[in-house]
Ligand binder design. Sequence first.
Ligand code: AKG
Length: 264
Amino acid sequence: MKVALVQVASPDGEDRQGRIERVERTLRGIQGADLIVLPELWSAGYFHFDQYEALAETLDGPTVSMCSRVAAELGVHLHLGSIVERAANGQLKNTSILLDPQGRIAHQYSKIHVFGYQSLEASLLTAGSSLLVAETPFGRVTGTTCYDLRFPGLWLELSNRGVEIVIVPAAWPAARREHWRLLTSARAVEHQIFVIACNAVGEQEGVELGGHSRVVDPSGAVLAECGADEQVLMVEIDPEQVARVRKEFPVIADRLPAYDNLTN
Ligand SMILES: O=C(O)CCC(=O)C(=O)O
């Protein structure tokens, strides 16, 4: 299975429609991928907090529509990263979406841990409250978004639900790149899963995004890592490796159902 990581910059002066058209051209140039992955909030730009309200879109808005058309025309699974979603009740959410090769929504997830450190996300967006795992031809897939990487309880829950591949769109600042590397690797190793993590690049409102999108396999090997600029990186993964690694080194089977009943 071939995965394409697409690092996108969302520079301050570029309008959303121009960016969507630019990314569409990039996507159309990708050949031979089974799964294409984009970063968090690339069309609005994660750090463009003053534009969230104006750029919020529904699930048939400009970002999803373009990606859906491209997924269907290329016949690929496409994880479009995330959008500022305007939900039916008017709330704004950071919603990530996986499209199937027919361009239909196969999985959606609204970020549970909205970010408040040097960020207005937590005050502008409503946290999600549901977790789904999608059955795909590659296995059981889900998404978590950026800051969610820091919360092992969420990942344990996903692991308990049988997930095998976790896609992580992000707008992770370069200032904490080593945390990004450490946490993407740690989550793959502790749950014996593939972590496919796609980060934004470039500068937004004075913040440098970290890039270094990466794919970590269930044994912890880093199969690919991008640089810090816009880039498309293809990497081959074997989804069957999850079962092989777990059989060979059965850590998941040794995990206790709970640890809060141990005596002092
Ligand atoms: O946790 C971090 O250091 C970065 C998180 C973040 O930028 C985000 O959730 O968008």
